[in-house]
Design a protein around this ligand. Structure first.
Ligand code: TTP
Ligand code: CA
Ligand code: CA
Length: 605
């Protein structure tokens, strides 16, 4: 690839030579320009103090009530009114209450032994209860559904339990052509036909559209006061302003219908949208115009950027003794590639505000569902395992039945029980899941009990520190029956199942060989996850898995993100274009991947 930047030694604004691309009739009339569309607009919308907001809405509280959500002794979400008292996630409940005597601390719902539903119990104890995130998951789905309904031609990618990327490019294009119908007609006297540039854009009214970051000319990021007419406006700015209008309307609707405030970042790609989404919180949105990209990026400490945290960031900081994005811009592409390999092009581009990753909805069909519990006190008697199995079974029952509301034929092929001994060894057992119409706690617990028996064998004592129960191979059963009733009543199917279940007594398998992916956001108590790409189980090291549940969750999230970055880098390494293909692993076999170039800097383990 011939880069225009090759060999450059000094940062200049030519580093950002794509900020004002010429936009032609071909661009606006083409329907399929993908990530290279010069009118591309992406937003990242994140809910404010999400778990706290869910509890506030559930309890029908005044939005000004200071509230925190706690999990055991840790605070995991802090409402904005509580933040005014200086309370943060780092505080102990006791200290938070000192800062704000009226503080309302709500403990997350938990599953309790013998109960089929999670609830808000008076006394919770990590020795007997298990955290339930079901409320947050449901509320999250409601928000995502509102995004999708509001933008039938947009693409929505859920990025975590409380945020999503939205590709506004198409909805904005439709609005542009509706408002400025002359754009659809190439004028007869256009010098280059379809490839002629569009006429100058109309003035933009940024009022009420959010915080608009200041274009270049200032040191550091600043806000633009609402300028009516901006001589430098481009058609891309018009596109951003339309996306901002649409985003604002959706955010208002979410607020009035569901009661949640959100904050959004709107820019030309995912990387920049995410970066400016938290510029001003809560309940606001920030627009990063192309012209403002250099002044916004330059002063940022580059290690704050997701991909450049961790080992790679450390290596860069050490190699060049630099700390901001601006500092790194002085390093030429040749130089950076000679140190970090050919694929360091993506770092080079990221620093210049270029990101060609697509906004793409992850498969609607999650392939697995997992409930897990880290045991504060290890199980030593095999008999003590059954109580936890019932608790985990209750969670799986609720989640499967929830999911079946929108997908009535959803069926798990396999049930897997996984037990970890200390942080070293882990074992799992799996079996075909029985074909019964009502998946109750009892049905799941019975299947899991059998696995537990196999797993513990004749041992008199065990030392199990975490148990996980999962459904894998979740699929919409499509056998041609018209109704679910018909489907489950069919004899043929039952026979098929009986045959399957006889084959289903699998030998002891390692979790690595199962189709087990830890669903996002259910991992608050997990100490490991399995990567959906390479199928490896990635676990926290001994010592990292200690501390409060939110600390562990945080470390696991970092690990997950670093591992994701590893694949990201690997994908880049395998692509010539610099765009990132997302291979969907259909094979259950582990792919052997050797890190090359920058991939070395991401956790693979
Ligand atoms: P965040 O979006 O990081 O934070 P938040 O929504 O609470 O606050 P903000 O307004 O700053 O966005 O996380 C979303 C939810 O995820 C959060 O409400 C609780 C949960 N969470 C944890 O359980 N543990 C953690 O360590 C973090 C960071 C979040
Ligand atoms: Ca949030
Ligand atoms: Ca978030």
């Amino acid at each position: 690839m011939n880069s225009p930047w090759k060999g450059k030694a000094k940062a200049t604004n030519q580093d950002y030579d794509d900020l004002r691309p010429t936009i032609t009739y071909r661009h606006i009339l083409s329907n399929n320009l993908g990530v290279r569309d010069p009118l591309r607009v992406v937003a990242l919308c994140d809910s404010d103090a999400f778990y706290a907001a869910c509890e506030r809405v559930r309890l029908e509280l005044d939005p000004n009530v200071p509230i925190v959500v706690q999990q055991w002794e840790s605070i995991i979400a802090v409402s904005y009114p509580a933040r005014e008292f200086g309370i943060s996630r780092m505080d102990k409940i006791k200290d938070a209450k000192k800062k704000c005597p009226n503080l309302l601390a709500v403990h997350v719902a938990t599953y309790k032994e013998g109960e089929k539903e999670p609830s808000y119990w008076k006394d919770v104890d990590t020795r007997t209860h298990k955290v339930s995130l079901d409320l947050y998951r449901r509320e999250s789905n409601k928000i995502i559904t509102m995004f999708k309904e509001a933008l039938p031609t947009g693409e929505v990618e859920k990025a975590s339990i409380d945020e999503a990327f939205i590709d506004f490019t198409r909805p904005v294009r439709e609005k542009l052509l509706e408002r400025y119908p002359y754009l659809a007609q190439v004028p007869a006297d256009a010098p280059n036909g379809m490839d002629s540039p569009l006429p100058p854009p109309p003035p933009i009214k940024w009022d009420d559209l959010g915080t608009v970051l200041l274009p270049e000319g200032t040191d550091g990021a600043g806000e633009q006061s609402n300028v009516d007419i901006d001589g430098g406006a481009t058609w891309h700015d018009v596109a951003l302003s339309i996306a901002a209008e649409l985003m604002r309307k959706i955010r208002e609707d979410i607020h009035s219908k569901l009661g949640y405030t959100t904050s959004a970042g709107i820019a030309r790609n995912k990387f920049l949208a995410k970066l400016c989404a938290s510029y001003k919180k809560p309940n606001s949105q920030t627009i990063l115009r192309n012209q403002a990209i250099p002044s916004y990026l330059h002063p940022l400490p580059f290690q704050k950027i997701r991909f450049l945290g961790g080992k790679l960031g450390d290596a860069l900081a050490k190699e060049y003794d630099v700390s901001t994005v601006g500092d790194l811009l002085t390093i030429s592409l040749d130089e950076i590639q000679s140190k970090f390999g050919e694929n360091a092009l993506w770092i080079y581009e990221l620093l210049r505000g270029i990101d060609r990753t697509e906004v793409k909805e992850k498969s609607a069909l999650f392939k697995s569902m997992l409930a897990s519990k880290n045991l504060p006190k290890p199980i030593t008697q095999p008999l003590d395992g059954y109580q936890w199995i019932r608790v985990l079974a209750a969670e799986l029952a609720l989640r499967l039945n929830d999911a079946r509301e929108s997908m009535p034929t959803l069926w798990p092929k396999t049930i897997v029980l996984h037990a970890r001994k200390g942080y070293e060894t882990s074992r799992s057992k799996q079996a075909t899941f029985p074909f019964v119409r009502n998946v109750t706690v009892d049905v799941i617990a019975t299947a899991a009990d059998k696995l537990w028996k196999e797993l513990t064998g004749d041992s008199k004592t065990v030392n199990i520190t975490s148990v996980q129960l999962a459904f894998t191979g979740l699929e919409k059963a499509e056998i041609g029956q018209k109704s679910i009733e018909g489907f489950f009543a069919t004899r043929d199917i039952q026979r098929t199942f009986l045959k399957r279940s006889r084959e289903g007594d699998e030998p002891l398998v390692s979790l690595e060989n199962t189709d087990l992916a830890l669903p996002k956001s259910s991992d608050i108590e997990a100490v490991s996850f399995q990567c959906t790409r390479c199928r490896k189980t990635i676990a926290l090291r001994e010592g990292q898995a200690t501390g409060g549940p939110s600390e562990v969750a945080q470390r696991l999230a970092t690990l997950r993100s670093e591992h994701g970055d590893f694949h990201f880098a690997q994908d880049l390494a395998n692509s010539n274009e610099g765009s990132v293909p997302v291979p969907r692993g259909s094979s259950l076999k582990r792919q052997k991947v050797e890190p090359k170039g920058i991939a070395k800097f991401f956790i693979q383990k």
